[in-house]
Design a protein around this ligand. Structure first.
Ligand code: GH3
Ligand code: MG
Ligand code: MG
Ligand code: MG
Length: 311
């Protein structure tokens, strides 16, 4: 029922330079066979506060991608034994770098060749000699766009919470951390009660509003270090690092009670909505089995009459 968690290379990339942390220096990989040009690039990028990783041998590209996980790649066009477009193809073959911005930097002045290179996996074509300001501005623009796209990719658009995939990724991460630090970790699944009826009675837009209001409610009540995700339609997941299941149960039960007392409004009509919750503590097992235990606990809450929390 729960998809096996495959953090995927794309997600790894997201973690490296996302989470809204746009003050992190851009990680720029430069490949140019000319040592002088490589040195020049390194100096310019470092002066601009960027994290530069410079190679002069095209054969090092795979290793550099692996080790450095660049956010932006700058490729020379003509190198001994290969061209920039061939390197771009190699890069694009990896899922993880499928959408990383690639900027060609070359003395090639033939516009047709430039356009052809752009059509083969490149995003920009800059010509040498390059004005450092122009280079830095181009990298900034590309980098900012790439980061904001990735930031969108990990969120659910209705609630702004983490989406299903990213929630599972964070759970994997927190399991690693809990193991390293020998700390407890709690995981909770929340499911709104009789939500179909809410939609049927008051309409889908009201249902959406309730989903957003529960998201806000959870964000306000939980700690900054907790992770809240929209796990499915009207299902939410909460990861509570360094928290015992008992403590998680207490805090979530308080949230449950207050939420169930809120007056929801649809035009003239007032009504209440509740949720059920299942909490599980990490027992040294996998994310998948932890999810399964939380889900079973949630099912018990439903069975025993809803608007309650089970461990
Ligand atoms: P239970 O107490 O057993 O959980 O009953 P339920 O009606 O909540 O459960 P069920 O799984 O039968 O229905 C879930 C409903 O949630 C079905 C669907 O219409 C609604 N839903 C799922 N996603 C959204 C959404 O994005 N917006 C709105 N408005 N409703 C949604
Ligand atoms: Mg060259
Ligand atoms: Mg449901
Ligand atoms: Mg439900």
């Amino acid at each position: 029922f729960y998809p096996a968690v495959d953090p995927g290379q794309l997600i790894e990339k997201i973690e490296t330079y996302c989470n809204g942390n746009s003050s992190e220096p851009y990680k720029v990989l430069v490949l140019d066979d000319s040592r002088a040009q490589a040195k020049f690039m390194e100096t310019v990028l470092k002066r601009a506060g960027m994290n530069a990783y410079v190679i002069t041998d095209p054969m090092q590209i795979i290793n550099a991608l692996d080790e450095f996980s660049p956010e932006i790649i700058i490729l020379d066009m003509y190198m001994p034994g290969c061209t920039g477009t061939e390197i771009a193809r190699v890069i694009r073959q990896q899922d993880k770098f499928h959408s990383v911005p690639i900027i060609y930097l070359s003395a090639e002045e033939d516009v047709n060749k430039q356009l052809q290179a752009m059509s083969l996996g490149g995003d920009d074509f800059l010509t040498k000699p390059i004005d450092p300001k122009h280079l830095v501005a181009t990298i900034h623009n590309r980098g900012r766009r790439a980061r904001s796209l990735l930031a969108l990719m990990i969120r659910d658009s209705l609630t702004g919470l983490y989406n299903h995939t990213h929630t599972l990724y964070l759970l994997e991460q927190e399991i690693v951390r809990a193991r390293q630090k020998d700390q407890p970790l709690a995981f909770a699944m929340i499911d709104i009660d009789e939500f179909k009826k809410v939609n049927d009675t008051y309409g889908h837009p009201i249902g959406d509003r309730i989903l957003r209001s529960l998201s806000m409610f959870l964000k306000q009540r939980l700690r900054k270090t907790d992770h809240i995700g929209r796990y499915g339609g009207e299902e939410f997941a909460v990861i509570l690092p360094n928290t015992s299941a008992r403590d998680a149960q207490n805090v979530l039960d308080e949230i449950r009670q207050r939420f169930s007392e809120l007056q929801q409004q649809a035009g003239e009509q007032e009504f209440r909505v509740s949720f059920s919750c299942g909490v599980a503590d990490w027992q040294g097992d996998s994310a998948q089995t932890l999810c399964e235990r939380a889900d079973k606990a949630l099912y018990r809450s439903k069975e025993h009459g809803r608007n309650q929390i089970s461990l």
